[in-house]
Design a protein around this ligand. Structure first.
Ligand code: DLZ
Length: 165
């Protein structure tokens, strides 16, 4: 059967978030979408044991700014385990879409490799607002929820390879 909710996951497969410190950065563009993804991410982190005080939420103007914002956050906050980056880029009449999508996907990859900490790509890149709404709390799930689950899984992955202090 075709899977429609892309955010369904096995709760038991997600490591306990107790003691984790997670950054969440959301773009202000398309707020009806990014606000819902931000809520989905924060609620999911809390559901898996991350304390509210350990979640650092910041907003930036657009998706393009997510890379530099994540870099600044990881430079400034050495105790943050992972950063979830939330944005929504909708195809318009010009080529702006391509440039933002290319820049943010490459930019977030570079930041993750530079800091050796998980940087999560919770960015929707859709043709229409309807498709974005379907993926931010609609019939196809919530990309913010997926981002939170991915962040906790990547933190556990890192721990599994880091010798005990
Ligand atoms: C300029 C722009 C456009 C046209 N579209 C979007 C969009 O769909 N989603 C988004 O998050 N941001 C958009 N922006 C803003 C850019 O991300 C960025 O904030 C500006 O180009 C300033 O650097």
């Amino acid at each position: 059967m075709k899977k429609t909710n892309l955010s369904e996951y096995n709760t038991a497969s997600v490591a306990d978030g107790k003691g984790r410190k997670i950054g969440v950065i959301a773009a202000e563009w398309n707020p009806e979408v990014t606000d819902a993804m931000l809520k989905g991410a924060v609620d999911t982190l809390k559901k898996h044991g991350v304390k509210k005080k350990d979640i650092t939420v910041r907003r930036v103007p657009g998706t393009f700014e997510l890379s530099s914002a994540a870099d600044i956050m990881l430079d400034s906050c050495h105790d943050i385990d992972a950063v979830i980056c939330i944005g929504c880029v909708i195809q318009g009449e010009t080529r702006h879409f391509e440039f933002i999508c290319q820049a943010v996907s490459q930019g977030l990859t570079n930041v993750a490799l530079k800091h050796q900490r998980p940087v999560i790509f919770s960015v929707l890149t859709t043709d229409t607002m309807e498709q974005a709404l379907e993926r931010s709390g609609g019939k196809h799930g919530n990309k913010g929820v997926e981002g939170a689950v991915t962040a906790l899984k990547m933190c556990a992955y890192k721990d599994s390879l880091t010798p005990e202090q």
